[in-house]
Design a protein around this ligand. Structure first.
Ligand code: ADP
Ligand code: MG
Length: 616
C-alpha cells in the first residue's frame, strides 16, 4: 500500500474490505464519495494472482484510474466500445495468453486490472468468451462492480446495462463479486443483491462462509458546509449573486453549479463568465454534449483551465476530482428530479472529496416549488420527494446534519448508524451549517397559525365560488393585491362566462393577511409540506398548471386556529422567516471565513468583495 499507492494507513472500512477480498468473499461496500473505495480492490488485485475485472459506468472515470495506476507502475487496461481495434486485439491477446499460461503468481506483464464498461458484458460475446477462458484458467481473481447502485431502478443513476450484469454470477458462479457504492439505502441494497445474484446480507449477524459480507462507512462528512440561500427572483440577479459568491469566497477554487435543464446549464455558464468579465472560466456538461467535448472538459477542469462546470445531473458519476471546493445548486428543483434529498446529498457530495473544507450552497425560493410540482405531478412518489426537499430548504432552525440524518433514517430507510458512527452522534448539531451559525437577527421564528388559517379560509372561499389559485395567485389575493378580486373558471357544460368576484376579507378570514410577499410564499410552502394545503394539477395541451387546494390536514388547522383564538394562542404552526439583521462579526471559521449569515446580509447591503476579509 505504501510502496505502490503511497498510502500510509487504511481509512474507514478499507482494511476489512481488503481482508474479505483476500478471503475470496462476496462483498458489498458502501462508503461515501471520496472515502477511498478504489483501494479496496486495487490493493487486493496486486496481492492476488490473476486479473481483477472492474465494471465502471463511465469512461472518464476509468481513464483517470488507469492514469493513476500506470503512474504507480500497475498493469491496468480498459476496454470500451471506443477502444481502437489494434489496442483491443492487443489486450485480448494478452488476456488470452494469461488464461492459457500455467504459471501462478505474478507474471511481469500480467494485466492486474481490467476496466470495462457494462455494455462490454451485456453486448460483447467475444469478451464474455474471453472471460470464460480466464475463469477456466483460474485467472479471474474477482469481479468489481463500481457504482453498483446503477443496477437498481430504485437508485438514482439507473443504467439498463448494469441490470444485465446478472449474467456474471450466472456464468461464473465461483468468482467473488465486490459491489461498491456511495449510496445504497437498504431497499436499493436488496435490489442490487438480487440483480447481481449475490447472497443476501444478514443484518447484524456474521455472514455465513459463502454469504455476502457487508461493509459500510458513515455517510456524514463534516468537511461539507451546507447553506440554503434565498434565490433572487430574477434570473439575472441570481447570476450576479452566484458570480459574486464565487469571486468572494472561491476566487481560485474549482466548483460545480448544478442546473435543472441543459438550457439552464448553458445560459448559466455563459452569463457567469460574462458578468465576471471572464474572471470565472466556465464549462458546460450535460447529456447532449459530445463525448469528446466531455473528455476535454474533464481535462480542462482538472487542470484548472475551467474553474466552474455548469451542469445538469448528468455530471456526476466519475468526477474524480478531489479539490472541488464548492457545489452550488441553481435551484432546489433538480435535486428531486431523481431522488429527493438523497439526490441532493449525492450532488453536493461531489465537493471536498479530498477531505478539505468545501461549501454546498442551495439557492432556494418557494415559488420554485410550483415548477417542480408540474414536473413531478405524474409521479405519486414525486410529490413526497418534493416535500422532503422543500422541508429541508424551508428549515431555518434545525441543523442540516440532523435534517439529513432524519431523512436518511425515515425516508430512505437507512439507519441512523449508517449516517454517523452511532445514533447519538447523528443527533448532535454540526455547529457549522447555516442553521447552526445563523444569527438570531437574521431569522424570525413565528407562530403563524392565524395567518395559515386565514390563507386557508380565503382559498376555500375562492374554491366555493368556482375559482382556483396558483401559489402566487393565492399569495397575492391573501395579501389583498389586485383589488382583492379573483376570476372563476368559466367554461363548463353551460359555457358560463368567467366572472370576477370580489372577496370580502373581513367576513371570510377576519381581514387580509399581513405578511410580506416572501413571508407569504414561505408560509404557503410550509402549509403544503404540512398538508394543510395540497397541489392539484390541471394539464392543458402544452403545460401542466399547478394549483393549490385545501389539504387533508385542513380540518385540523381550522381546529387549531379556533383553539388559538379562544384560548389565546397554542402556537401550532411555526414558520421561519428570513430577516436581514444588522451586520455582526461571524464566528465561523470555514475556509471562506464568511458565514452564511454574512452572505444573507450581503444580499441586502451593497457589500462588495473588498469588505469581505479572509481569515488569518
Ligand atoms: P471513492 O471511489 O470512494 O469515491 P477514491 O477511491 O476515488 O474514492 O479515493 C478518493 C481519494 O482518496 C483518492 O485520491 C485516494 O488516493 C485517496 N485515498 C484513498 N484511501 C486513502 C487512505 N487510506 N489514505 C489517504 N488517502 C486515501
Ligand atoms: Mg470511486
Amino acid at each position: 500500500m505504501k510502496k505502490v499507492f503511497n498510502i500510509g494507513d487504511f481509512r474507514l472500512c478499507q482494511k476489512g474490505v481488503c481482508n474479505a477480498n483476500m478471503d475470496g468473499r462476496d462483498i458489498v461496500c458502501v462508503m461515501p464519495t471520496g472515502g477511498g473505495k478504489s483501494l479496496t480492490y486495487q490493493l487486493p488485485a496486486l496481492l492476488t494472482p490473476g486479473c481483477t475485472l472492474v465494471i465502471s459506468p463511465l469512461i472518464s472515470l476509468m481513464t483517470d484510474q488507469i492514469l493513476h495506476l500506470k503512474e504507480s507502475g500497475v498493469e491496468a487496461v480498459m476496454l470500451t466500445g471506443g477502444t481502437p481495434r489494434h489496442l483491443l486485439n492487443e489486450i485480448q491477446q494478452r488476456l488470452t495468453s494469461m488464461a492459457s499460461s500455467r504459471a501462478h503468481g505474478h507474471q511481469g506483464r500480467d494485466i492486474k486490472l481490467c476496466y470495462v464498461t457494462p455494455e462490454k458484458i451485456a453486448k460483447s460475446k467475444t469478451f464474455m468468451s474471453l472471460l470464460r477462458k480466464l475463469v477456466e484458467g483460474g485467472k479471474l481473481a474477482r469481479i468489481v462492480i463500481d457504482e453498483a447502485h446503477c443496477a437498481s431502478q430504485m437508485g438514482h443513476d439507473f443504467r439498463p446495462d448494469y441490470k444485465k450484469l446478472s449474467i456474471l454470477r450466472q456464468f461464473f458462479p465461483h468468482v467473488p463479486i465486490l459491489a461498491l457504492s456511495a449510496t445504497c439505502p437498504p431497499r436499493v441494497l436488496q435490489d442490487i443483491l438480487k440483480i447481481l445474484k449475490m447472497k443476501p446480507v444478514i443484518d447484524g449477524k456474521a455472514a455465513p462462509p459463502d454469504g455476502t459480507v457487508y461493509f459500510s462507512a458513515p455517510l456524514y462528512r463534516k468537511n461539507l458546509h451546507y447553506t440554503v440561500l434565498p434565490k433572487p427572483s430574477s434570473a439575472k440577479e441570481l447570476i450576479v449573486t452566484m458570480s459574486d459568491y464565487i469571486l468572494q469566497n472561491h476566487r481560485n477554487d474549482s466548483g460545480i453549479i448544478y442546473c435543472l435543464t441543459r438550457k439552464d446549464a448553458e445560459s448559466v455558464a455563459e452569463s457567469i463568465q460574462a458578468v465576471s468579465n471572464g474572471r470565472i472560466k466556465t464549462g458546460v456538461y450535460h447529456a447532449n454534449v459530445e463525448d469528446e467535448q466531455k473528455e476535454r472538459l474533464h481535462m480542462q477542469w482538472r487542470e484548472g483551465k475551467v474553474q466552474v462546470v455548469c451542469a445538469t445531473i448528468a455530471f456526476g458519476l466519475g468526477i474524480d476530482k478531489g479539490n472541488v471546493r464548492f457545489v452550488l445548486h441553481h435551484t432546489v428543483l433538480l435535486a428531486i428530479s431523481q431522488k429527493s434529498l438523497d439526490g441532493y446529498y449525492q450532488e453536493s457530495g461531489r465537493a471536498g472529496r479530498d477531505g478539505q473544507d468545501a461549501d454546498c450552497v442551495l439557492y432556494y425560493r418557494p415559488q420554485d416549488a410550483t415548477r417542480q410540482a408540474s414536473i413531478t405531478c405524474s409521479d405519486q412518489d414525486g410529490m413526497v420527494k418534493l416535500h422532503d426537499i422543500l422541508r429541508f430548504a424551508q428549515d431555518m432552525q434545525e441543523c442540516r446534519k440532523i435534517l439529513f440524518a432524519r431523512y436518511f433514517s425515515e425516508s430512505s430507510d437507512l439507519s441512523m448508524a449508517s449516517w454517523t458512527t452511532n445514533e447519538s452522534d447523528a443527533m448532535d448539531r454540526c455547529g457549522h451549517c447555516d442553521n447552526c451559525t445563523r444569527l438570531p437577527a437574521n431569522v424570525e421564528h413565528k407562530d403563524a397559525t392565524i395567518e395559515a388559517w386565514q390563507i386557508l379560509k380565503i382559498l376555500e372561499a375562492v374554491e366555493g365560488s368556482g375559482g382556483r389559485l396558483t401559489i402566487s395567485g393565492l399569495s397575492d389575493l391573501a395579501r389583498g393585491l389586485g383589488g382583492g378580486s379573483f376570476e372563476t373558471g368559466g367554461g363548463g357544460k353551460r359555457r358560463k362566462a368567467k366572472e370576477k368576484i370580489q372577496i370580502d376579507y373581513d367576513s371570510v378570514a377576519g381581514g387580509k393577511v399581513r405578511l410580506s410577499k416572501d413571508d407569504m410564499e414561505s408560509l404557503i410552502v410550509q402549509m403544503l409540506v404540512l398538508r394543510y394545503l395540497e397541489e392539484t394539477f390541471s394539464s392543458t395541451a402544452y403545460t401542466v398548471n399547478v394549483y393549490v387546494a385545501p389539504g387533508n390536514q385542513a380540518l385540523r388547522l381550522t381546529r387549531f386556529a379556533r383553539e388559538d383564538i379562544v384560548n389565546g394562542g397554542g402556537s401550532r404552526i411555526q414558520c421561519s422567516f428570513r430577516r436581514h439583521g444588522r451586520k455582526v462579526k461571524s464566528k465561523k471559521a470555514g475556509i471562506n471565513g464568511q458565514s452564511p449569515n454574512m452572505l444573507d446580509l450581503q444580499e441586502s447591503t451593497t457589500a462588495g468583495p473588498s469588505r469581505i476579509r479572509k481569515p488569518a
